[in-house]
Design a protein around this ligand. Structure first.
Ligand code: GLA
Length: 387
């Protein structure tokens, strides 16, 4: 947990005056519903108690000065000329969001921003979405703009799509903006309607970071997205009304499998079955049926590993170690994949043993240290007190 007072003092030291406000936006872990968001399907994430903080103060001119403690780097730009910075990847999340606000014709002045985040980078926990949402929220509060909830999420997603170049869906930014304490959100990514469902009090959401981050991630991600679009294009030959894989049932995919080349069929099968699993899992959680929920998580993992091919051996190992611990209901890769983290549902009394056994097994078999977090389902973006 970061201390907003420390962040306020760091801002004062950096810029010579106090910030006017400090905001925080959480990272996320998705319980189930992976690679479904950009197919207009269903996702079921929670916001977690790892957050990006942004301390901010307006400037009388058009300059942004942005400092991040994580890399000890400062970026600076003026709002009339915002370009991509290839030499400072983190800065593009900030620049993209500011550019997105300007593109909506919303009047803003320059600002000084200080960023401090404890969302692990490259672990599949949405460090980038939390930064985008925090920056968007801070800049709009400074300028009395009212771009909240789903509008803020769309602004942040737009920055990532058009400025950073990852064709991500809406899930990460949405849950960072709208997460609810002690709840997961069942989000329909077609119309952005959602339903908060409580996490049963006797279970914990445990994230295990593999420490593996493949740089191919971004291109692999865009490639998967392109395969889904191709599946829709080919299926339209017989199903002219579909506009996304969301519109395809498991039965109709099977009946029309001959239209798709083998790899495209595998990708589509993951998405179509994952949508079904996500709805079934949310229903199971609603009746506190954690056994069914866990089974669906395991099936989701197998589908991501075998059909969507976004897992890696270290992640498969983490899920196997997790499932071997009594009291673990289910375990799967969470987030985009190609490394990153697993998510497991563990009964409260088994959590300590789970952490020890998974950490020891992972170290013994890979020589790597697993980064294990027992998460608290948290609130979405908001102000942090200290100023
Ligand atoms: C990344 C993207 C999300 C989503 C997941 C996979 O986290 O940012 O939009 O597609 O991958 O479910």
């Amino acid at each position: 947990m970061q201390d907003p007072h420390v962040i306020r003092d760091a801002f004062a030291e950096r810029f010579g005056y106090h910030p006017r406000l400090i905001v925080r936006a959480p990272g996320r872990v998705n319980l189930i519903g992976e690679h479904t968001d950009y197919n207009e399907g269903f996702v079921f994430p929670i916001a977690i108690d790892r957050e990006a903080f942004v301390a901010a103060r307006s400037r009388p001119d058009t300059t942004f000065r942005v400092y991040t403690a994580q890399f000890d780097q400062e970026d600076s730009f003026t709002i009339d000329q915002i370009e991509r910075r290839p030499d400072m990847p983190w800065a593009n999340y900030v620049r993209g969001v500011v550019k997105g606000i300007l593109a909506r014709d919303l009047p803003i002045t320059g600002a000084d921003l200080l960023i401090s985040s404890d969302v692990p980078l490259g672990s599949g926990l949405s460090s980038s979405a939390s930064l985008e949402v925090a920056v968007g929220y801070a800049v709009q509060l400074l300028n009395n703009i009212n771009l909240l909830g789903e509008e803020l999420a769309l602004l942040a997603q737009g920055a990532e799509n058009s400025f950073v170049g990852v064709q991500c869906g809406i899930m990460d930014q949405f849950i960072s903006a709208l997460g609810r304490a002690d709840h997961a959100l069942l989000l329909d990514c077609r119309d952005l309607s959602y339903r908060p469902l409580p996490i049963p009090p006797d279970v914990r959401v445990v994230v295990c970071g593999s420490g593996v981050h493949h740089n191919l991630g971004n291109s692999g991600y865009n490639e998967r997205r392109a395969a889904c679009n191709e599946a829709v294009r080919l299926l339209r030959a017989r199903m002219p009304k579909i506009s996304a894989l969301r519109d395809v049932s498991v039965a109709s995919l099977t009946a029309n499998a001959d239209l798709l080349p083998p790899t495209i069929l595998m990708r589509a099968r993951h998405v179509v079955t994952e949508n079904q699993r996500t709805l079934a899992a949310a229903a199971a959680l609603e009746r506190a049926d954690l056994v069914t929920f866990g089974r669906l998580m395991n099936e989701s993992h197998a589908s991501m590993r075998d059909d969507y091919e976004v897992s890696v051996p270290e992640i498969d190992l983490l899920t196997e170690l997790a499932r071997a611990v009594p009291g673990c209901y289910g375990s799967r890769l969470t987030g985009g994949g190609f490394g990153g983290s697993t998510v497991s549902m563990v009964t409260i009394s088994a959590v300590d043993g789970f952490v020890q056994e998974v950490a020891a097994g992972y170290l013994a078999q890979t020589g790597r240290t697993a980064d294990i977090l027992v998460c608290r389902p948290s609130e979405g973006v908001g102000r942090a007190t200290a100023v």
